[in-house]
Write a protein that binds this ligand. Structure first.
Ligand SMILES: NCCCNCCCCCC(=O)CS
Ligand SMILES: [Zn+2]
Length: 678
């Protein structure tokens, strides 16, 4: 399993700059690159990466995507004077040439391809290339939107050619629509292109009809182009996360890419003059963490836009820190997507229903009554400003944003605990020890008895159980004291251990503890005070036990063929968990688990986005291979294989929808459709 994170940067790409006054292009400055690199150095992130040199992309590589004419025009600008440069630049929408632009653009292409090679060769697991000029707007025969050569599109064609790849996912989280990439791959089913972008019903640049949610691809490429338009500014962390849970991630796991490339623009971040959005830098850590679970971790992040230097730098650091495997910082802000975001999510899901198995049973009845009223919807929306908008429009907000970024960022990049995972040297644990795992000394019986006596003493009749509780508590203490990030304990009675862990954590002072229990949970602690949220995944309804806000039971029997759990994890468990914002996660597997090892490993991997990745896993001690797989997921040594993708049956889709309807007012991240019509 490859490890290590590549960082590709060459200061020569800072030479390209605007020589005349142009209010549209003057934000694309060389300092974007140099200050991002300086920020990475200041957080000691550069030294933790594998340095990979940039190189010039060859003409042949550029011709994979661009016309010879486009290449020749670009080449000819190297010897032009300012007058000529200005004239050539005026042929394009929002682009400027400098004598060094051609060379810088070739370096940007080469740096991107170097990153693809480093990842595909296994020299590193993932990496980031800091490049300019950016690429995602440039087209076969035209420069556009600060972009000359389409770095990411060339990288995808290059990877197909050199490594015979047949499924590449491009995620474009820049705030502008990468129409260049869309045009290049819209008939190509081997490249799945996802872009969200500020759109405002086609008001915002580049103001294209084909940037809307109904542009799903052409011919054989139908279903492989996903546009998620933001029809309002001020979109925040919850809107972005909802887009991942309810649109991108279900597509991505069904597509099962062999490589993921990110058109990583940070003008979608707070403070950016182009985006006018509200999402804070740590959201990029979460987005990166989700994408790291695909393609066996093979992830290439390529810089596109981002024009607020402080916001850009912080977001770049969040991205690289996560690529390095550090714990994911706590997300901030109210976990509730706005109405406009939910409408866009609902629309793009409906548009893609014909092309995706996971959407086969999507309820699109809203289209009937909406189609007659859609003009009302647009008009209605144009003049009512949501809470987002008012926050953004007044200009003293910019001052607040500057202050926010100054204060907020420092404490987010918290020191990383030295050891990632703790376990106990109890019998059988030698199977799943890896270099990431630290042995923890056992507690002595009297100490355990005092801890346990409070509430479960009568349940603990044998020494064996007492000892296992002691082991688990020894591990849990290290996590609660933030000496380690996560831990794994084998237990003869997972239900009892989980209940003790929950109570101990709450008594330690943790206010919100999430427990995901797989299998029969014989003991259900009292969750009335909201300090615990239990999601019990079990095969059948427990008699006489109905779900409530803090104690939800999800009946799920995994399909024998493979892993059909994605829709439950992405469409239900993660949205609830993110809505709750736990500061610790307990994942427990008891007897009669109704999920396969791959489904549980997927769950563990994705739950690391919560509670600064603090997780304690309590697994029945008979489950040796599960212990190994979960320990691997916790150690971050590898992304466990998620088994064969099996789409959810109609019955399971209905079950998730029923639970969503029941809880989406309590746990708002579940929202992915507007209440019947407007
Ligand atoms: N009234 C006309 C305004 C035009 N604005 C053009 C902005 C281009 C932005 C390109 C970019 O950021 C790449 S990531
Ligand atoms: Zn952009």
């Amino acid at each position: 399993m490859a490890s290590g994170t590549a960082l590709i940067y060459d200061e020569k790409m800072a030479t390209h700059k605007l020589l005349w006054s142009d209010p549209i292009c003057d934000i694309e400055v060389p300092e974007r690159l140099s200050s991002s690199y300086e920020q990475l150095k200041s957080y000691h992130l550069v030294e933790r990466c594998v340095p990979v040199p940039a190189r010039e992309g060859s003409e042949e590589e550029i011709l994979l995507v661009h016309s010879l004419e486009h290449l020749e025009v670009a080449k000819s600008t190297q010897t032009m004077n300012e007058e000529e440069l200005k004239r050539v630049s005026e042929n394009y929408d929002a682009f400027f040439f400098h004598p060094s632009t051609y060379h810088c653009a070739r370096l940007a292409v080469g740096a991107t391809l170097q990153l693809v090679d480093a990842v595909m060769s296994g020299e590193v697991r993932n990496g980031m290339a800091l490049v300019r000029p950016p690429g995602h707007h440039s087209q076969r025969n035209a420069a556009n939107g600060f972009c000359l050569f389409n770095n990411v599109a060339i990288a995808a064609e290059y990877a197909k050619l050199k490594y015979g790849l047949q499924r590449i996912l491009i995620v474009d989280w820049d705030v502008h629509h990468g129409q260049g990439i869309q045009y290049i791959f819209e008939e190509d089913p081997s490249v799945l292109y996802f872009s969200w972008h500020r759109y405002e019903h086609q008001e915002f640049w580049p103001s294209l009809k084909e940037s809307d949610y109904d542009a799903v691809g052409l011919g054989k490429g139908k279903g492989f182009n996903i546009n998620l338009p933001w029809n309002k500014v001020g979109m925040g962390n919850s809107d972005y996360l909802a887009a991942f849970f309810h649109v991108l991630l279900p597509m991505a796991f069904e597509f099962d890419p062999e490589l993921v490339i990110v058109s990583s623009g940070y003008d979608s971040g707070i403070g950016d003059p182009e985006g006018q959005m509200n999402a804070t830098p740590e959201v990029f850590a979460h987005l990166t963490h989700f994408l790291m679970q695909l393609a066996n971790g093979k992830l290439c992040v390529i810089l596109e836009g981002g024009y607020h230097l402080k916001s850009l730098g912080e977001s770049v650091c969040m991205t690289v820190k996560t690529l390095l495997g550090d714990p994911v910082p706590q997300i901030t802000g109210e976990m509730a997507p706005c109405l406009s975001a939910v409408e866009s999510i609902q629309n793009v899901r409906a548009a893609h229903k014909p092309y995706w198995k996971w959407l086969a049973y999507e309820d699109t009845s809203f289209l009937q009554n909406l189609s007659t009223k859609s003009h009302l919807l647009k008009k209605a929306n144009s003049n009512t400003s949501t809470e987002h908008e008012t926050k953004i429009t007044n200009n003293n907000n910019t001052v607040k944003v500057e202050r926010f970024l100054e204060l907020h960022m420092k404490n987010i990049l918290f020191p990383v605990p030295p050891i990632k995972t703790a376990t106990i040297g109890s019998e059988g644990s030698e199977h799943f020890l890896s270099e990431h795992v630290q042995l923890v000394k056992e507690m002595d019986k009297t100490e355990i008895k005092s801890l346990v006596s409070g509430f479960y003493a009568d349940l603990v009749e044998e020494d064996k159980i007492l000892l296992s509780l002691g082991s688990m508590l020894a591990i849990l203490d290290k996590i609660l004291k933030k000496e380690v990030c996560n831990g794994i304990a084998a237990s003869p009675t997972a239900a009892l251990s989980a209940a003790v862990a929950l109570r101990h954590s709450v008594r330690f002072g943790f206010q919100r503890v999430l427990c995901v229990f797989v299998g029969d949970m014989q003991i259900t602690p009292n969750t009335e005070d909201g300090k615990m949220l239990i999601i019990n995944i079990c095969e059948k309804e427990q008699p006489g036990k109905t779900s409530c806000k803090h104690c939800i039971s999800l009946n799920w029997k995994e399909d024998a063929e493979g892993n059909d759990f994605f829709s439950a994890v992405l469409g239900f468990i993660l949205p609830v968990a993110y809505s709750y914002q736990p500061n610790l996660t307990v994942i427990a597997v008891g007897p009669n688990r109704s999920l396969g090892i791959s489904g549980i490993s997927l769950l563990v991997a994705l739950l690391q986005g919560l509670a600064e990745s603090r997780i304690v896993a309590v697994i029945e001690d008979t489950e040796i291979s599960l212990l190994q797989s979960v320990a691997k997921a916790l150690g971050g040594a590898s992304t466990p294989p998620f088994g064969i993708y099996v789409p959810p049956t109609q019955e399971k889709v209905k079950k998730i929808k029923a639970l969503r309807d029941q809880f989406q007012q309590e746990w708002k991240m579940l929202q992915c459709s507007v209440k019947d019509g407007i």
